[in-house]
Design a protein. Sequence first.
Lengths: 106, 120
Amino acid sequence: EIVLTQSPATLSLSPGERATLSCRASQTISSYLAWYQRRPGQAPRLLFYGASTRATGVPARFSGSGSGTDFTLTISSLEPEDFAIYFCQHRSNWPTFGQGTKVEIK
Amino acid sequence: QLHLQESGPGLVKPSETLSLTCTVSGGSISSSDYYWGWIRQPPGKGLEWLANMYYSGSTYYNPSLKSRVTTSVDTSKNQFSLKLSSVTAADTAVYYCARWHRIADSFDYWGQGTLVTVSS
């Protein structure tokens, strides 16, 4: 089973700052990685699939990159609605998820 | 816009069966491009995939739970369901239903989730 490790667990930033979130796979997974956002009380939202393909309606300030074992989700300038939990996901034999990174207001 | 909504009891007794239904609106559950899945998140823990099912009945289960999980699809009601038997406190979690995109290898729409507590 492929394990996804996200870091940091918590990221404390101010609006307007740049956020860089990491997801590392225990084995190479090519570009088969998705990123999601979960705001309190809301349904999780798909942000990226295929590591860097933006899902419908995702703002351009979000970008996904990486391949192999190391992946990054970047938010270029944090908006108030971006403070949320972000998690990555891969499907090897079955879907597995990272533990999540909480982006909180500093 | 696709919408998924989980429904079911919020409290289940130990050793009993947890039953949840996901109602899909804004799109057909009978599309060949998607699977329909269940994911859960216990308090303080990460997300765990439980099952994916196709509208025709094909199903895929998490091996760690396979002996306790049963799923079904009702295309006439645009619903799919999850049953988890012999529950314990470890099954306390927020349960999500979601749509699995076969090409994107990801869940592209999710329900808001429903908290199920296992307690006597």
